[in-house]
Design a protein around this ligand. Structure first.
Ligand SMILES: Cc1cc2nc3c(=O)[nH]c(=O)nc-3n(C[C@H](O)[C@H](O)[C@H](O)COP(=O)(O)O)c2cc1C
Length: 195
């Protein structure tokens, strides 16, 4: 099986819902096993990250950047970085915040730089932007219009059972599916080269 790990933090459950959609999207690809890894469990489950073909990073945007627990996970990875243990794994990212912008892009950029430091191969969202013409709708896939990774917008006064809305959860699912497909393609290519 090709393995996809989804490492995420969520303070109040919104990004956890987005993470579940990412996992479901990856797990729907034949031959892929996808596992959610809350950052609080990452240290104890480091072996699962080492064994993964792809790692997808998820964090809410707090103060225009990844959350402190997610940053702690990033820093915990420095031992792996020093021996480039995640080199050539696929990487991707998602984030969620209250505002339409809320400086979410910075969070994805942080994740992409982090992946670059690890020598990983960043997989962008790969969906056209939705909700940006006079005839478009707020229910469009990629309604926030992100390229680097999947974004979700959760109204600040709504709990995680109500938001992020279905369009953002579907967008997250698409990211998981894309990374799952890419991971299978890479694994097959590697095996073919080794044969
Ligand atoms: C400490 C803190 C900082 C936040 N900073 C931002 C921000 O910079 N931009 C934004 O749009 N929303 C911000 N928010 C709102 C959260 O991103 C939003 O509520 C999100 O849905 C929380 O996700 P979670 O439930 O997974 O923690 C912040 C919330 C908290 C608690």
């Amino acid at each position: 099986m090709t393995k996809v790990a989804v490492v995420y933090h969520s303070g109040y459950g919104h990004t956890a819902r987005q993470a579940r959609s990412v996992v479901a999207g990856a797990a729907g690809v034949p031959g892929v096993e996808a596992v959610p890894v809350p950052v609080e469990e990452a240290e104890a489950r480091w072996g699962e990250l080492e064994a993964a073909d792809a790692i997808i990073f998820g964090s809410p945007t707090y103060m225009g950047s990844v959350s402190a627990p997610f940053k702690q996970f990033m820093d915990q990875s420095s031992k792996t970085w020093s021996r480039q243990g995640w080199k050539d794994k696929l990487a991707a990212g998602f984030t969620n915040s209250a505002s339409w912008s809320g400086d979410k892009l910075n969070t994805l950029i942080q994740m992409a730089v982090f992946a670059g430091q690890h020598g990983m191969i960043w997989v962008p969202l790969g969906l056209p932007p939705g909700n940006n013409t006079s005839t478009a709708r707020s229910t469009d896939l990629n309604r926030v219009g992100s390229y680097l990774g999947a974004m979700a917008q959760s109204n600040a006064d709504q709990d995680a059972d109500a938001v992020p809305p279905p369009a953002d959860l579907e967008t997250a699912r698409e990211l998981g599916r894309r990374v799952g497909e890419m991971a299978v393609t890479f694994a097959r290519g590697r095996n073919a080269l080794a044969a």
